[in-house]
Design a protein around this ligand. Structure first.
Ligand code: SAH
Length: 357
C-alpha cells in the first residue's frame, strides 16, 4: 500500500492509486471532494461513488475518522476542548477558540511529545506516536462539523512538536490550504516549534505564507537549557539565524512565544537581553504568563511584572502582546493539554479488572 491513507493523499496520488486498482481516474476528484470539501465521516455518505468501489477501497486502505470522546465548553469564554479517539485507541486534544476575527482551532501534531520542556504537560508521558496528515485534518473537520461554524484559523500549537513530525505536518498544511479542500488561507495558519533549526530552514525554503512561531522562553542559552532540553541541541543564535532566513524567504514576521515564569525568566535583565536579541528583526513577541501544570512547580509571573516586561520590550520598539489565556476553567490553556482521559480510562479498566478478580 502507499505511504499515506486515503485522506492523506493529494488528488494526483488518489488518481494513481485508483488507476492501480483498475478504476477510473476521475473518481479521484470525487473522493477528494467528499473527504476534504464535504468532510464526510462515513463512507456511506458518498452518494455518487458505487458501492463496489467503496468496498474495494475499504478493503485495501485505511479510512481515518476520529471519534469524539469528550467535549468541554468553557463557562468563561466559550472555548471548547475536544478529546478525540484515534483508530488505535490513543486520545488527542484539540481546542476551539472563538475570537472576534473568527474561529481558531489549535491542533495536536503528535500523541505526546519527546521534547521535554519542563513547564509543559504534554511531554510528561513522552511520545507515543506521530499523527498522520489525515488525523490532523480531521481535528479541524470534526470541530467545524460539530459547531456548524466555519473554522478560519488553525494553529499547530497543541500537543507535540510539529517539526519532529515534519513530513506529515507539511502534507497536512498542503491539504488544509488547498483550494479544492477546506481551503484555509495560508496566512491564517501558524506552526509553532520549540526551535528545530534544520526544519525551520526547510520550512522557509517552501516559501509559503504559513506563519512561524518560535517557543523561545529565555534570552540566553544557559537559562533556556534549564527550561527546554532542546536548547542543548540548538543555540539561540542558530535559531535566530534560521528565523532571519525564513523572513528573507517569505517576508513574513516571526512570532516569538515567551512564557513568563515567576523568578525564572521574567526579570528586567531578561527583558533587556531579549530586546537586544530581537532588535530590528521583523518579529512579534507573544508573552504568555505560564499556565500552572499540576505536575510542575512553576508559578506564573504577577500582573505587574508581566506589564513591566512588556513595557521594557516596547521601549526598544519591539512589537509585543500578552496572550489572553482561553479556556482556563477546562484545562485548555497552552501547555495544559495532557492525557488525563487515557489515565482515567486506564483506571476504570484497572478497577474493572479488580472487580472481576
Ligand atoms: N512544540 C511546539 C508546539 C506546542 S506548545 C512548541 O514548542 O512551540 C505551544 C506553546 O505553548 C509553546 O510556546 C510552549 O512552549 C507553550 N507552553 C507549554 N507549556 C506551557 C505552559 N504551562 N504555560 C504556558 N505556555 C506553555
Amino acid at each position: 500500500m502507499g505511504e499515506w491513507d486515503l485522506k492523506s493523499m493529494k488528488i494526483e496520488e488518489l488518481e494513481e492509486y485508483l488507476e492501480r486498482l483498475g478504476e477510473k481516474r476521475f473518481r479521484a476528484g470525487q473522493l477528494y471532494g467528499w473527504f476534504h470539501r464535504k468532510q464526510i465521516r462515513d463512507f456511506r455518505e458518498m452518494g455518487n461513488i458505487p458501492n463496489a468501489l467503496k468496498e474495494k477501497l475499504l478493503a485495501e486502505q485505511t479510512w481515518v475518522s476520529l471519534k469524539e470522546a469528550e467535549r468541554y465548553v468553557s463557562g468563561l469564554d466559550g472555548t471548547e476542548k475536544y478529546l478525540f479517539e484515534l483508530g488505535d485507541g490513543h486520545v488527542i486534544e484539540s481546542v476551539l477558540m472563538r475570537y472576534r476575527h473568527g474561529n481558531s482551532v489549535c491542533i495536536s501534531s503528535q500523541v505526546g511529545c519527546r521534547m521535554g520542556c519542563r513547564f509543559c504537560a504534554s511531554t510528561i508521558g513522552g511520545l507515543a506516536r506521530n499523527l498522520a496528515p489525515s488525523e490532523m485534518l480531521d481535528q479541524v473537520y470534526m470541530i467545524q462539523r460539530q459547531t456548524g461554524e466555519r473554522v478560519s484559523n488553525v494553529v499547530v500549537m497543541g500537543t507535540g512538536e510539529p517539526f519532529d513530525n515534519y513530513d506529515n505536518v507539511i502534507r497536512f498544511l498542503e491539504l488544509l490550504t488547498d483550494g479544492h479542500g477546506i481551503h484555509i488561507s495560508q496566512r491564517n495558519v501558524t506552526v509553532s516549534t520549540c526551535g528545530l533549526v534544520p526544519e525551520i530552514r526547510r520550512f522557509a525554503d517552501r516559501q509559503t505564507a504559513v506563519g512561524l512561531a518560535i517557543s523561545l522562553h529565555a534570552p540566553t542559552d544557559e537559562k533556556r537549557r534549564t527550561l527546554m532540553p532542546v536548547a542543548n541541541r540548538y543555540s539561540i543564535a542558530e535559531i535566530l539565524s534560521a528565523c532571519r532566513y525564513y523572513i528573507g524567504k517569505t517576508n513574513r514576521r516571526v512570532t516569538f512565544e515567551y512564557s513568563l515564569v515567576a523568578g525564572v525568566n521574567d526579570g528586567e535583565e531578561d527583558a533587556a537581553a531579549l530586546a537586544r536579541l530581537l532588535k530590528g528583526m521583523l518579529c512579534h513577541v507573544n508573552l504568555i504568563p505560564v499556565n500552572p501544570v499540576r505536575e510542575r512547580s512553576y508559578r506564573r509571573s504577577g500582573e505587574a511584572r508581566v506589564r513591566n516586561f512588556k513595557n521594557m520590550l516596547e521601549k526598544s520598539s519591539i512589537n509585543v502582546t500578552i496572550r489572553r489565556a482561553m479556556g482556563r476553567d477546562i484545562q485548555a490553556a497552552c501547555g495544559q493539554l495532557r492525557k488525563d482521559y487515557a489515565d482515567k480510562k486506564k483506571q476504570e479498566n484497572d478497577y474493572a479488572d479488580l472487580r472481576q478478580d
